[in-house]
Design a protein around this ligand. Structure first.
Ligand SMILES: Cc1cc2nc3c(=O)[nH]c(=O)nc-3n(C[C@H](O)[C@H](O)[C@H](O)COP(=O)(O)OP(=O)(O)OC[C@H]3O[C@@H](n4cnc5c(N)ncnc54)[C@H](O)[C@@H]3O)c2cc1C
Length: 354
């Protein structure tokens, strides 16, 4: 019998597991993949992540990973007009998720969590205040459950919480050799069919993301093939949806964290921060639940903390989504100077704390 079972070892689940073991909970972390593995992501770590990583005592380990320094954001309109916004020096970096997520998983394991890789959760049942979980052909029991299994959360689906997924945009991602003179910058580039994110991730590599409607993907890929000299048969990682209704973050003795609870627009590069911090909040809720047995109190305090985490920040997300859904209009505004550096500076300040 575990005190808490956490499904998914992305930043949300691994952080939650580490905080749970530190608080003395018998902790199980179930992960579908065998690490290290890549993940569709822009690989950019928002400075808000640093305090959480410090509390996890992995700040130095993460800083020492191969990474790209990001000193500015270049917003590029269709046609090439570029508006640059400086970032606080040293605050934002890009790290491959294969490396970052492994540091976090190892941290949870070293703290005392039981980590099972290649263990896909396929069934759940809550009986007499205990979760019975089937993963990778084995059965586990736990008093509390944490869903950290991403935007297409199996746990949310098994609990009947996952909203109907609308037909949505698709994200493609790959790593390439870093173009010469790319510089220490993150690029957010509007394209007629969607947008592209680009960031150096260290060791001479570039993270390249493409986002657009399914029908636009061939055109976006062709653009990337020409722009970066990619061969047509190149393999891309893919993910959908990019947008999904938020899910109630607590349900009986279960807490939902990271993308499993709420998906934000990738353009803002904040998803990893929300994952880490909601993992920390859910660990406190799991401790309260295990110690008091009061599932209503634990659920309502986690729900309030989760709401507070996003309060006052989601409007930037809406602005970003509106911008990327209309790349031609956004490009026209960039070219006309309506989206001038000062305004973009203020908007980035809302995402990248200075
Ligand atoms: C194109 C794109 C670019 C992005 N760029 C950035 C960026 O630059 N910076 C940023 O901060 N955010 C970015 N994001 C968002 C970021 O990737 C996510 O917000 C973040 O990964 C969420 O972390 P998580 O731990 O909640 O979920 P995930 O990272 O998705 O981890 C979920 C884990 O659960 C596992 N899992 C799934 N199902 C099961 C199951 N049934 N059983 C067991 N395990 C399971 C998966 O294998 C995975 O390891 C981007 C997203 C997209 C789509």
């Amino acid at each position: 019998m575990f005190d808490v079972a956490i499904v998914g070892s992305g930043p949300a689940g691994a952080a939650c597991a580490a905080f749970c073991v530190d608080a003395g909970l018998r902790t199980l972390l179930l992960e579908r993949e065998k690490f290290p593995r890549e993940k569709v992501c822009g690989d950019c770590l928002n400075p808000s992540c640093w305090p959480v990583l410090e509390r996890l005592r992995v700040l130095d380990a993460v800083r020492q990973l191969p990474h790209g320094k990001l000193d500015r954001v270049d917003f590029i309109a269709i046609g090439g007009r570029t508006v640059s916004v400086e970032l606080p020096p040293g605050a934002e970096i890009a790290v491959k998720r294969s490396l970052f997520d492994e540091v976090l998983m190892n941290r949870a394991r070293a703290g005392g969590a039981e980590v099972r890789e290649a263990a896909t959760v396929t069934a759940l049942a809550l009986e007499d205040g205990q979760w019975n979980i089937t993963a990778g052909g084995e059965s586990f029991a736990a008093r509390a459950l944490v869903a950290a299994d991403g935007r297409n959360s199996t746990v949310a689906r098994l609990l009947g919480l996952l909203p109907r997924i609308e037909r949505d945009r698709v994200g493609l991602q790959t790593h390439l050799r870093l173009p010469v003179n790319f510089g220490s910058r993150v690029v957010l580039q509007f394209l007629p069919a969607g947008y592209s994110g680009q960031a150096p991730v260290g060791n001479g590599e570039l993270n390249l993301c493409l986002v657009g409607k399914p029908s636009a993907m061939p055109a976006l890929r062709r653009w990337a093939e020409v722009e970066f000299g990619i061969r047509p048969g190149h393999t891309w990682r893919t993910i959908t949806p990019l947008r999904r209704a938020a899910v109630a973050p607590a349900e009986r003795r279960a807490f939902l964290i990271g993308d499993a609870a709420r998906v934000v627009e990738p353009f803002t590069g904040e998803g990893i921060y929300y994952a880490l911090r909601s993992g920390e909040l859910a660990a406190s809720a799991a401790v309260a639940l295990v110690q008091s047995g009061d599932e209503k109190a634990a659920a309502s305090s986690y729900t309030a903390a989760h709401e507070q985490l996003y309060r006052g920040r989601l409007w930037v997300n809406r602005v970003a989504r509106a911008a990327v859904l209309s790349p031609r209009l956004s490009s026209a505004l960039l070219r006309a100077g309506v989206l001038h550096p000062r305004l973009l500076y203020l908007l980035t300040t809302k995402v990248v704390a200075r």
